[in-house]
Design a protein around this ligand. Structure first.
Ligand code: T3D
Length: 266
């Protein structure tokens, strides 16, 4: 598209393009179903850091090249076998924490199979859309591992312990439609519609007040381990802070003037 700025070389492991206020990151190892190597991890984290630092980016969209979203760790990479704990500490933990601390919303467009760490990486994003032909596989049990990339924390929170445990123990494939029905993802959409629907969603979020969206993510996550009384206290504190922002003033002014709000903060 004419207003798209391509920010990576064609052979990059993560393709980066910015269109308007949306930065799109595309995992680009299609021959190995976009499975994670140290190189892919490094490029992905650098791309997320760059999007976080670029004030023109108000939403990030993540997807995969080819027929898969991501097949998790590259099982042909000999490095992973030496000390898997170190791989998790060095690559997956910083990736999940980077996603959780992004200053803008992150949309994930799961274009095909998402397996192992690839599934949980997708689920770490703020809003997940999936092509109807896509699937989610907690593949870990099949190779003698536990869910990682945040899976142990996320899965029970998303779908409850019975479904989380069954998904993790069986390693069965979950269709995108069942993932939506379970509450694992936001929506399953027709394959042909996924790119446009995901971009439109990212654009919609990019037009909203970024600080409030990020504070919403943080408050929802924090409230999981708080009492009701403490969650109400957190809401009061965060709402007090947001109430002093230019975005809140602009939102209220735009409402009164019956015009679209123009949010600038990030
Ligand atoms: O360091 C560590 O190991 C610790 C970190 C662990 C985190 C994890 O993510 S553990 C889980 C790792 N992932 C998996 O176990 C999934 C393995 N892949 C599959 O089960 C299947 O490939 C899929 C269900 C994802 C897709 O099946 P299908 O039939 O559509 O495709 P395929 O024919 O199996 O795969 C196509 C190609 O991709 C094939 O290569 P080839 O034969 O055409 O040259 C296959 O080897 C390659 N591929 C698929 N997954 C991976 C992979 N190559 C490397 N690593 C993979 N994970």
């Amino acid at each position: 598209m004419s207003d798209t700025t391509v920010l990576s070389s064609p052979d990059a492991l993560v393709l980066v393009a910015r269109r308007g206020a949306v930065s799109t990151l595309t995992l680009n190892r299609p021959a190995a179903l976009n499975s994670f190597t140290p190189g892919l991890h490094a490029e992905l984290r650098a791309s997320l850091d760059a999007a976080a630092a670029d004030s023109r980016t108000r939403a990030v969209l993540i997807t995969g090249a080819g027929r898969a979203f991501c097949a998790g760790q590259d099982l042909n990479d000999p490095g992973g076998r030496l000390d898997i704990g170190a791989v998790i500490e060095t690559h997956y933990k910083p990736l999940v924490l980077r996603l959780q601390s992004m200053p803008v919303p992150v949309v994930c467009a799961v274009n095909g199979v998402a397996a192992g760490a690839g599934a949980n990486f997708a689920l770490c994003c703020d809003v997940v859309l999936a092509a109807r032909s896509a699937s989610f596989i907690q593949a870990f049990s099949k190779i003698g591992l536990i869910p990682d990339c945040g899976g142990t924390w996320l899965l029970p929170r998303l779908v409850g312990r019975p479904r989380a445990l069954a998904l993790a123990l069986t390693g069965d494939k979950l269709s995108a439609e069942d993932a939506e029905r379970f509450g694992l993802i936001w929506q399953a959409v027709d394959d042909a519609d996924l790119p446009a629907r995901a971009f439109a969603l990212a654009e919609q979020l990019a037009a909203q007040p970024a600080r409030a969206l990020v504070a919403t993510r943080q408050a929802l996550d924090a409230a999981q381990s708080l009492s009701l009384s403490d969650a109400l206290g957190l809401e009061a504190r965060v709402q007090g802070e947001l109430g002093r922002t230019a975005d809140f003033a602009e939102g209220v002014e735009a409402f009164k003037q019956k015009r679209p709000a123009r949010f600038a903060d990030r």
